[in-house]
Design a protein around this ligand. Structure first.
Ligand SMILES: *Cc1c(COP(=O)(O)O)cnc(C)c1O
Length: 382
């Protein structure tokens, strides 16, 4: 037997060994991975039940508790990108009919609405213009109206560059017997987070933004209160791959096979987290803040303005207003083709109005800011 479908000559021409051009990824993610992380990834895989690999998983769990500032025993990495970890929180926490209140002030709030609806939640949402955040008073009013089982908020709205303050929200949730679910995809590693102090019950993140790692292994955590709700469920978790009643047996002491872990991505995540620990979490947060403030100043020097009020700006993602009469897409394309720098465009309400610039993880460095400002000076009309 020989294959009957062949690769034709024109396709064969493209099958050279892989060569990827080097680019500076200053968009909303992925960000460039740290060289040490890439090196860790380029290490032979172990078996997913090998004691050495299980030890590495334990280290990932401890390191994740550190970067999130939580003691939740169920703190793991989900195999998949941030959206998989997002879906894991919803799939495990929501039972059909549960009232889920979602704060929508950007693209990712809407994604939560979509996901919660798919798992049968009775979804209620509150909205704000993109770039703004919810006040505690606004949240209280909505809680009084909807009395939800779960309140879901996006800590770092990557589509707008706004940071939703979380202080005081858990007291509100306790008052109404509500679980607090928070998207920390663009905040983990770059923005101060205190999950336990803030009383967050469910949180998720990704590897390719603030942690400086390739995408594919995504942090997930669940408080003992959220775990109790999971254990009381009347129905099975509707997603087999992300079911924490099964996954916790692989990550916990039982070590029961569930699915083959993406071994090399876990190496990478472990190394990225180790680098955060080596730098020190507080230093890491400070570095992000210092470099982004330098970036904001330099932007103002060249006459560009920012979309979000200073108090609520994220250190990891900045929305820069596209000046009147400038073709934002053409400028982004020029940055990429002529300068090898990627920046993002606006989504939804902000489409065509802003560029989104990420300074995340390994990329949060002064030299990257200088390189982007210099390139902008060359491509922007005088
Ligand atoms: C990037 C992002 C996600 C989705 O993560 P993926 O890794 O792209 O699947 C979810 N929420 C927010 C706030 C994000 O920025």
């Amino acid at each position: 037997m020989s294959p009957t479908i062949s690769i034709n000559d024109s396709q064969r021409l493209q099958l050279k060994p892989l060569e990827i051009p080097s680019k500076l990824l200053l968009g909303p993610g992925p960000s460039n991975a740290h060289p040490t992380v890439l090196q860790a990834m380029n290490t032979p895989p172990l078996g997913h039940l090998d004691p050495d690999f299980l030890g590495l998983m334990d280290e990932i769990q401890s390191l994740l508790r550190y970067v999130w500032q939580t003691e939740n025993p169920l703190t793991i990495a989900v195999s998949g990108t941030g959206s998989a970890a997002m879906e894991a929180t919803i799939a495990n926490a929501v039972e059909p009919g549960d009232v889920v209140l979602i704060g929508v002030a950007g693209y990712f709030g809407n994604r939560l609405v979509d996901m919660a609806g798919r798992y049968g939640a009775d979804v209620r949402s509150i909205t704000k213009p993109w770039g703004q955040v919810f006040s505690l008073d606004e949240l209280r009013k909505a809680m009084e109206t909807h009395r939800p089982t779960i309140l879901a908020l996006v800590h770092a709205e990557t589509s707008t560059g706004a940071r939703q303050p979380l202080e005081g929200v858990s007291e509100l949730c306790r008052e109404f017997g509500t679980l607090l679910l928070v998207d920390t995809v663009t905040s983990l590693g770059g923005v101060p987070i205190f999950l336990d102090e803030w009383g967050v019950d469910l949180a998720y993140s990704c590897s390719q933004k603030g942690l400086g790692c390739p995408p594919g292994a995504s942090p997930f955590t669940m408080s003992p209160r959220a775990l109790e709700k999971l254990q009381r469920r009347n129905t099975k978790v509707a997603n087999w791959y992300l079911d924490m009643t099964l996954l916790s047996k692989y990550w916990g002491s039982e070590r029961v096979y569930h699915h083959t872990a993406p071994i090399n991505l876990y190496y990478a995540l472990r190394e990225a987290l180790r680098l955060v620990a080596e730098e020190g979490l507080a230093n890491c947060w400070q570095r992000h803040q210092k470099n982004v403030e330098y970036f904001w100043d330099r932007l103002e020097d060249v006459g560009l303005s920012l979309h979000v009020e200073r108090e609520y700006r994220l250190p990891t993602l900045t929305t820069v207003r596209i000046p009147e009469g400038v073709d934002g897409k053409a400028i982004a394309r020029q940055l990429l083709t002529e300068h090898g720098i990627e920046v993002g465009g606006g989504l939804g309400e902000l489409a065509g109005k802003v560029w989104r610039v990420g300074l995340m993880g390994f990329n949060s460095r002064k030299e990257n800011v200088d390189r982007l400002i210099e390139a902008l000076g060359q491509v922007l009309p005088k």
